[in-house]
Structures are given as structure tokens and as C-alpha cells.
Design a protein around this ligand. Structure first.
Ligand code: HEM
Length: 448
């Protein structure tokens, strides 16, 4: 088993593609002088490729309709894997009855060789992720488990390696692959959606994952428009570039509108008091300072961040396209690290957009006031989206922290102010979010 999952190169059906090979190699190159030279060469190659061939989203496992969301996720695994599915489907009641640890300790050690294809692997990663978080946090914050038993750790790390994801519940699991239609013949609408797995607190967890999913689907047209914009720039087609910028702004607006659904679907007290604990990881977490031991896999404990929408590839694609460069002395390291928690193909798309021609420079060079306005509008809407997000974080985290508000009778009370004052991923919350927002604003073109 490899020592870490960061930048792991994985063989997906799409790796035969030139882009993919280049982006994967760029991402997996380390920090030595030789590899930095290699990375620079690769960036230049990628830049040339984006210029000459444009971007084909399919090659990055991004769909026109759903963006980064996994289309048609499977909801069940073959018979052999029912011991996992039986536990994963009943995570809320097993946690409430404090039985999940004993059930997992009795689980047989299953092989991952029978998992067929990407969708089965994604469902296995999702199921094992829910089981893992339930196992670690069954007793709330008081007695987290410091180790995962062999029957869980070994297959989880194997399937993680196959997917190029870390062995912890990530956004690509709990949001992007954790959905189904209630009526399989119906459309994908908020009323016809349900999660595959959930945590205690029923409606809160379901609402949080599904609203995030709807926000992510709203991003799909914007990601498509980024590809169009890059292609238009290489053809010097200003009309098409203008249309694409309008579509990007519209998509960002739709994301903000979808975000508003959070308020009717997720109660702040339930979110803070019940759900949040199950999203906590074991990196920068004072409750698990030594990290997590994956028995039967590694001798030493490992440190992985918890699930956060900061692992959404969509927002980072918008940032890279608009030329927003976060502060390397502050926010950027965390945001870059979150890329290691994304599926490699999605991470590769961010890298390809970053390596492509600069939209901002191109637009300024055209001298077109219309294009500058359309670009500024995209930036303004992204700032508004980030402002909306900050206000939501105040409502769902800062206010409950200050009030010490938790749902009555809930055993998952968060006592540790060290955890409470930080984000799920362990960042100094408000300063971080405001700095990211302010950096976004800084790219506005002033001299029009
Ligand atoms: C109740 C709802 C939400 C809460 C309480 C919340 C909380 C947080 C927190 C605490 C962070 C700081 C990073 C960390 O510690 O992990 C963060 C970052 C982030 N969140 Fe959320 N979040 C919510 C919903 C969403 C949704 C629906 C999205 C969009 C898909 C989103 C996108 C982001 C992004 C992109 C970041 C990184 C900072 C940035 O790029 O502006 N969040 N969020």
C-alpha cells in the first residue's frame, strides 16, 4: 500500500487521453528541482494543448447535465458485499443504539477484487466512508476511536487507492455520489431526490447533502461555459466568449439561489449539534491529535481532513478560469490540499483550466468594454456567492458556537471549543473565508 494518496495516479477509462496523462503527471510531480522542471514543462505542454485542442469535459468525467455529480449512481452492491451494505444502510440506528462498532468488529474481511467498474467502486467508497465516520464518532466527541479495524481499513484503503481518493468520507462521496431518484422514472428535481446513506438527525443530514448536490448541479452549465470560453479564446471568437461569460454568471447566480434551499431544509441546531461531528476528520483535530490507525494497512496513524464542500471542484474551476490566485501565505495551501480529496479526473480539469490561457489577460487585451463588464459580472456574482456562504456559516456554525446551542437530548454535543471554533476541515474559519472572498474581489478589472 502506498504511503499517501495525494496526487495518486489512477487508471480510469479516461487515462488514455493525452490531457489526462499530462495533468496526472503534472499533479503527481513532487518538489525536487528535477520534478519542478518537469512540472513546468508539463504546464507548458498543457497550456499548448488547451490552446490547440480546447477542453472536452467528457475526458475529465464531467457531464454536460450534472457537472461533477456522478450520473446515475448505483444504490446497491453485489451479494458478496452485503455485510458492508447492511451496516451502511443502517448507520443512523446503529449509531443511536451504539452498536456500529460491535457490528463492524464482527464484519468479515472482504476482498475488493469483485468490484466491477467505477460506479461500484464509488458506491463501495461511499458505504465504507459512512461506516468509518459512524465507527469513529459513535460516542460523539468524548471517545472517538483512534483505530479502524482490519476488516474495515484494508478494503477501504484498497478501494481508495483504486479511485485515487483518501480513505475518509469526502465530498465526492457524501454529496456527488450519494443520491438517487425517489421515482426512478421521474426527473431530477429537489422533490424527487433522496440520499443513499445518511447520518443520525434524519432530515438535517439528508437536507445538507441534497441541497449541496443541487448547488453542484447548478454549477454544471457554468463549467460547460468555461470550456466554451476557453475554446472561444483560442479562436478569437469574442461573441461566443461573451455568451459564455453570461452563462458563467447565470450559473453562479443559480448556485446562490439553490444555496438558499439550505435554510428550509437544514436546522442550524441539528447541523451543529448532530451532523457536524460525523464530518470531522483526523488532521488538525485536537480530539485525534495522533491521527487514525488503519489496522492491517500502515504501522503509523494517518492524518486526513474531514469532509467539506471546500472539496468541491466546481468553485476551484471558476477561480482558476477567472484568474483568482489565493494567498500562498494563507488560504491557498488549504484549498490546494483539498484537491487531494477530489477524484483525480476532476482535479485534472482544474489543473487544465489553470494551465490554459488567462481569460482576464485575454479580455483586457481585446479592449472590449462589453467583455470586461461580462467578466466583472462573473467576479461580482462569485463574490456574492461567497458572501452568502459566509452568512450561512455564521448561522450554522458561529451562532450555535456562541449560544452553545444543541438539540435537546442529543448525545453528540460538541464540548470542545477548539473544534467548535474551527471549520470541519480545521481552518480558522471566518478569517479564512473572508480572505478567500477578498482575493476574489481583487481581480475585478478597474480601467474599463
Ligand atoms: C450549512 C451549509 C454550509 C456550511 C455550514 C459550510 C461551512 C464551511 C466551512 C466551515 C468552510 C471552511 C473550510 C473548512 O473548514 O472545511 C467552508 C468552506 C467552503 N465551502 Fe462551505 N459550508 C456550507 C455549504 C456549502 C455549500 C453548499 C457549498 C457549495 C457547494 C460550499 C462551498 C464551500 C467552499 C468552496 C469552501 C472553500 C472556501 C471558498 O472557496 O470560498 N459550502 N464551508
Amino acid at each position: 500500500m502506498s504511503a499517501g494518496y495525494a496526487g495518486l495516479v489512477q487508471d480510469s477509462p479516461h487515462t488514455s487521453n493525452t490531457y489526462h496523462r499530462l495533468t496526472m503527471r503534472t499533479l503527481s510531480s513532487g518538489g525536487t528541482a528535477a520534478s519542478l522542471h518537469f512540472k513546468h514543462t508539463m504546464d507548458k505542454d498543457l497550456h499548448r494543448l488547451v490552446l490547440t485542442q480546447g477542453i472536452n469535459l467528457q475526458e475529465f468525467c464531467v457531464s454536460q447535465e450534472y457537472g461533477f455529480v456522478l450520473s446515475d449512481p448505483l444504490t446497491d452492491l453485489p451479494e458478496y458485499y452485503q455485510p458492508w451494505m447492511e451496516i451502511a444502510k443502517h448507520v443512523p440506528s446503529l449509531i443511536e443504539n451504539r452498536q456500529i462498532r460491535s457490528r463492524v468488529n464482527e464484519m468479515p474481511l472482504l476482498s475488493t477484487v469483485h468490484l466491477q467498474g467505477h460506479r461500484e467502486q464509488r458506491l463501495a467508497h461511499l458505504a465504507l466512508g459512512f461506516i468509518t465516520m459512524g465507527y469513529v464518532w459513535q460516542e460523539g466527541v468524548k471517545h472517538p476511536s483512534k483505530a479502524l479495524p482490519r476488516s474495515l481499513a484494508v478494503p477501504y484503503c484498497e478501494v481508495s487507492e483504486l479511485l485515487g481518493l483518501p480513505p475518509i468520507l469526502v465530498y465526492a462521496d457524501s454529496v456527488l455520489a450519494n443520491w438517487k431518484k425517489k421515482d426512478p422514472n421521474g426527473y431530477v428535481t429537489s422533490l424527487n431526490l433522496d440520499t443513499i446513506f445518511t447520518f443520525p438527525g434524519g432530515n438535517c443530514a439528508r437536507g445538507f447533502f441534497l441541497v449541496s448536490l443541487i448547488v453542484e448541479i447548478a454549477a454544471a452549465t457554468g463549467i460547460k461555459a468555461i470550456a466554451t470560453a476557453l475554446n472561444s479564446m483560442s479562436l478569437y471568437d469574442t461573441n461566443s466568449l461573451h455568451e459564455a461569460l453570461l452563462d458563467i454568471a447565470k450559473s453562479l447566480n443559480n448556485m446562490r439561489e439553490a444555496f438558499k434551499l439550505m435554510h428550509g431544509n437544514v436546522d442550524p441546531g441539528d447541523f451543529y449539534g448532530q451532523l457536524r461531528i460525523f464530518l470531522h476528520g483526523w488532521r488538525d483535530n485536537p480530539l485525534l491529535p495522533e491521527g487514525m490507525l488503519y489496522e492491517g494497512v500502515w504501522e503509523e496513524p494517518k492524518h486526513y481532513s474531514g469532509g467539506s464542500a471546500a472539496q468541491s471542484s466546481a468553485i476551484q474551476c471558476f477561480d482558476e478560469f477567472l484568474g483568482i490566485r489565493h494567498r500562498f501565505d494563507y488560504d491557498a495551501p488549504y484549498l490546494y490540499r483539498m484537491r487531494d480529496y477530489m477524484p483525480p479526473a476532476h482535479r485534472a480539469l482544474i489543473q487544465a483550466i489553470a494551465a490554459g490561457p488567462s481569460a482576464r489577460h485575454h479580455i483586457i487585451a481585446t479592449g472590449s468594454a462589453e467583455l470586461c463588464h461580462a467578466y466583472n459580472n462573473c467576479v461580482t456574482v462569485l463574490v456574492e456567492l461567497r458572501n452568502y456562504h459566509i452568512n450561512t456559516v455564521v448561522k450554522y456554525i458561529t451562532i450555535p458556537v456562541n449560544k452553545g446551542k444543541v438539540t435537546s437530548g442529543c448525545i453528540f454535543q460538541i464540548h470542545s471549543s477548539a473544534v467548535a471554533e474551527r471549520g470541519t476541515g480545521g481552518t480558522d474559519l471566518m478569517c479564512f473565508l473572508k480572505s478567500v472572498r477578498d482575493t476574489t474581489r481583487r481581480v475585478l478589472i478597474n480601467d474599463i
